[in-house]
Design a protein around this ligand. Structure first.
Ligand code: FAD
Length: 435
């Protein structure tokens, strides 16, 4: 499952171009989380208004009691109350997510549930992930916005719900959409300031180019384009890192899962299983198949897979974990199974932010977009990809005097004046301390 959070203002704006009422998105009622130790968390009943959202999570969560709150190092936790973007990177990019959480003394169970789930959704082990990215997530979902952790999902597979309508929209505007044609090189031209884009079979001149690739593909493209950029910029691209592989297993089962199972469940402590989706609860194609056969369609995700090199073994481990999470699946026959292994997500390692490439490049007619690209706004994952895409287009369009899309994000600083003041007080050196 891919979650389209309500804070994804720019991505939703893009989708509205073909679906003005966002009718192809289907709301899911909750973001339940479950730990193998038996604890579960839910965000549905948590109030949405900051700071009540964060306090409400504490009050309602069985993993996070008031006693835990008292045990926390309040001073270390204060930065969570007033996150400023991009300053958060200056202060916390050199610390790992797990070290930050240890410093705050978050209760162990809450660590696993809420925050490990967050950091693993960045496809990274919390020991490797920059704390700044984790703190940014906390800001986006808890204290910086009123939408909470609720989200929508496409009501049909992505091609039908998203890609085909957007492709048709572009064609209607005169675009030539060639999704099956990899770009191999981009060469700057000196005569008119444009670029030549080379594929396996042809080379075409263009006025400008947005390179919107995953980190590995961007590294390869820049390596294959020796005249593009400066040595320092090329070194920054070369340093982009790719997160460890992830596995998405989709299983067609011969019987339904229990009627009360949610469409989506985040999991922790289940041998590498990160979440379980019951697709026939919300996706049309899966629902029609389930109605026809009496079966169910279940999807299992495992991020940052660093375990055994044998893929089959990992797939089997995930299935065994499903049997523990939803025991009724033990008896089910697997009618069909698809296992997709990829390694194309960016990794945001500790200390990597200053080297991260920006939307602007040394070449005025070439810009970058994607989740891996630095964006000094409070956005992450798909919303960062969409936001940098608009920024990249806007920067190029300015050369022709055209104004790009107006962008929206959650506020770049904490919303609560009281919490901002508390956090500022903590930043000031204590009386008598040596500067
Ligand atoms: C299993 C999984 C679950 C996820 N769940 C969520 C979620 O719930 N919520 C969320 O916000 N995010 C989620 N993400 C993350 C989200 O998918 C990424 O943030 C987003 O796809 C990043 O977009 P991008 O444009 O930067 O890169 P990509 O989506 O990787 O797009 C890069 C594109 O470049 C193309 N390409 C590569 N090489 C070339 C070439 N040489 N020439 C031309 N094209 C090329 C690729 O084919 C690809 O289409 C999930 C990711 C995964 C893997």
């Amino acid at each position: 499952m891919t979650t389209f959070f309500r804070q994804y203002y720019n991505l939703r704006g893009l989708l509205r171009r073909t679906d003005p009422g966002l009718d192809r998105l289907h709301p899911l009622p909750d973001y339940p989380l479950r730990h193998s130790g038996g604890l579960t968390d839910s965000f549905a009943r948590v109030p949405r208004t900051p700071p009540l959202s964060a306090l409400g999570f504490v009050a309602l969560s069985p993993t996070f009691g008031w006693r835990d709150l008292a045990a926390m190092d309040a001073r270390a936790a204060l930065p969570l109350l007033d996150v400023r973007v991009p300053e958060v990177y200056e202060r916390f990019d050199t610390v790992s997510a797990s070290r930050f959480l240890e410093g705050v003394r978050f209760p162990e169970a809450a660590h696993h549930l809420a925050f490990e789930v967050f950091s693993r959704s960045f496809f990274a082990d919390p020991r490797e992930l920059s704390a700044a990215e984790l703190i940014l997530m906390f800001h986006i979902y808890f204290l910086g916005s009123a939408e909470g952790l609720l989200f929508d999902v496409p009501d049909e597979p992505f091609p039908q719900a998203l890609w085909e309508p957007l492709g048709d929209y572009l064609r209607r505007l005169g675009a030539d959409v060639r999704t099956g044609t990899p770009v191999r090189a981009v060469h700057p031209e000196t005569d008119d300031g444009g670029v030549t884009v080379r594929t396996d079979t042809a080379a075409h001149r263009h006025d400008a180019a947005v390179l919107a690739l995953d980190p590995g593909a961007l590294r390869a493209l820049v390596a294959g384009s020796p005249r593009l950029g400066t040595p320092a910029w090329r070194a920054g691209i070369g340093a982009l890192r790719t997160a460890p592989p992830f596995l998405v297993s989709r299983l067609w089962l011969d019987r339904p899962v229990r009627a009360d199972r949610p469409g989506f469940l985040g999991t922790s402590g289940y041998d590498g299983l990160d979440n379980v989706s019951v697709l026939d609860r919300y996706e049309g194609e899966a629902a029609r198949w389930a109605a026809r056969t009496g079966g169910s369609v279940v999807e299992l995700h495992a991020y940052a897979v660093t375990g055994p090199a044998d893929r089959r073994e990992t797939q089997d481990r995930l299935l065994a974990a499903l049997h523990r999470v939803y025991p009724e699946t033990r008896q089910a026959r697997i009618v069909d199974a698809r296992h997709a292994w990829h390694a194309d997500c960016p990794l945001f390692p500790v200390g990597g932010h200053t080297r991260r490439p920006t939307v602007a490049t040394p070449h005025p007619r070439v810009t970058l977009a994607g989740d891996a690209i630095r964006c000094d706004l409070p956005v992450a994952l798909m919303e960062r990809a969409a936001t940098t895409g608009f920024l990249a287009a806007g920067l190029l369009l300015a050369a022709w005097g055209v104004r790009g899309q107006v962008l929206w994000t959650v506020p770049r600083t904490g919303r609560s004046p009281v919490l901002r003041a508390l956090s500022a007080a903590a930043r000031r050196p204590a009386a008598g301390s040596v500067r």
